[in-house]
Design a protein around this ligand. Structure first.
Ligand code: PMT
Length: 398
């Protein structure tokens, strides 16, 4: 999504300036063409050479520079930008923008741009809570500026509180949000992700290798495209996406209850979770002792959440997954029909680059009308957008 996009990254003078180096790296890695503008005080914290080397573009620090005015002066940068990010943004620069002051390269360019502007503040907690600062932030929000609010933490000034620059990964996410077409606005999308755990005793459980990455990518992409998202997730060590209702569960039974109670209020349900088909018939209260050469474990069937949703379908668009190791198309189309789905994402989890606990997947999309689409190897983020493109089309928004 960021490939070829022109992003202007404004860096102002705060100790968090070093974190915008990481943000720059994320943006360029995603294919963006980043032009950095530093305020004079920002250059006291990090050298322009660092940003220049990583962005492979000249860094702008002066308002009237003979070369940059001729080639990429502030108006030209303002015109060409697809997105403007200021990170870290000090109370001073936010105050200037709110007051309409344009007295350096950064503020002049921001004032002259029609691109969306994303501001990631970082400052002392008392400055952040100061009513004058609050008014400035509210004023800019009212004028359509986006904010990535700072987080709580130990601040450079020694105070503890909110004011710490948000994680560069979250600022990167917010940049993607700002650039996304909101084609799923108005949709309420419920996504399940991760594995479930079925307890055998206090120290053992039955589970699978699902990491949650596929489901999280779908939830994140749906939020970015304007949907109100609820994520129901089994245990996962992957960082949960933010900006949505997130419900953590452990067992298939818990996942079923959380999904069914929200199904009616959803317009789209995507079941990417790897739900255990069986659970132990009884959970032992104590650790089961080693006893004999073999051990019997009786399993009982869990309810099939997707099949239950398919039976009670009430206008929702139902998207299921199929994780297969043989007869992919045959098994997948049987699941599509038996569970009354609108779309089924089939992955051969034994193929290289597909399936559990990796960042890529290879899927086939099966539709109710018999159509089958073969997608090549992609990142799970790309697969998520491909699935949501089909969802948007099926909801009449494509
Ligand atoms: O989490 P990752 O590491 O990123 O891995 C991604 C993935 C491989 C888990 C994902 O791409 C995937 O294939 N998810 C579905 C896994 C699965 O349980 O497939 P299944 O063929 O067993 O189930 C078919 C469908 O029924 C699935 O949508 C599943 O969520 C649902 N189901 C299954 C059992 C059950 N009791 N209730 C269900 O709703």
């Amino acid at each position: 999504m960021l490939k070829g996009k022109k992003i202007v990254l404004g860096v102002t003078g705060g100790i968090a300036a070093y974190k915008s180096v990481e943000l720059l790296r994320l943006l360029t890695k995603a294919g963006a063409d980043v032009h950095v503008i530093m305020t004079r005080s920002a250059t006291e914290f990090v050298t322009p050479l660092t940003f220049q080397t990583l962005s492979m573009n000249p860094v702008n620090t002066e308002l009237f520079n003979l070369i940059s005015e001729r080639e990429i002066g502030h108006i030209s940068l303002a015109d060409r930008a697809d997105l403007f990010i200021i990170a870290p943004a000090t109370a001073n620069v936010i105050g200037k923008l709110a007051g309409g002051i344009a007295d350096d390269m950064l503020t002049t360019t921001v004032m002259a741009t029609k691109a969306p502007v994303l501001i990631a503040p970082a400052m002392n907690v008392n400055m952040y809570r100061n009513p004058i600062y609050r008014e400035n932030e509210e004023k800019l929000k009212k004028h359509g500026y986006f904010f990535v609010e700072p987080v709580r933490g130990m601040l450079a000034c020694g105070w503890e509180g909110e004011g710490k620059l948000q994680d560069p990964k979250e600022i990167f996410e917010a940049a993607m949000d700002a650039l996304s077409v909101k084609d799923l606005a108005g949709e309420k999308i419920l996504v399940t992700a991760g594995p479930t755990r079925e307890e055998i005793d206090p120290v053992r459980f039955i589970s699978n290798y699902s990491s949650g990455k596929m489901g999280y990518a779908i939830a994140r992409a749906a939020r970015r495209r304007g949907a109100a998202v609820t994520l129901i997730t089994g245990p996962s060590s992957v960082q949960k996406p933010c900006g949505m209702e997130s419900v953590s569960v452990v067992s298939a039974g818990q996942m079923r209850d959380e999904v069914i109670s929200r199904a009616k209020g959803s317009t789209v349900i995507v079941m990417a979770a790897a739900v255990a088909d069986y659970r132990p018939a009884a959970r032992s209260g104590d650790k089961i002792k080693k006893n004999g050469e073999t051990q019997q474990l009786e399993l009982v069937k869990n309810s099939d959440i997707l099949a239950e949703l398919g039976r009670g379908k009430n206008g929702q668009l139902l998207v299921g997954f199929a994780a297969e190791t043989e007869n992919l198309l045959g098994n997948a189309s049987r699941k599509l029909q038996e569970k009354n789905l609108d779309l089924l994402v089939a992955n051969d989890v034994s193929a290289d680059g597909a399936g559990f606990d990796i960042d890529t997947n290879i899927v086939k999309l099966l539709f109710k009308d018999g159509r089958v689409e073969d997608l090549p190897l992609m990142t799970k983020a790309e697969v998520a957008d491909q699935i949501l493109d089909r969802v948007a089309a099926l909801r009449g928004k494509g």
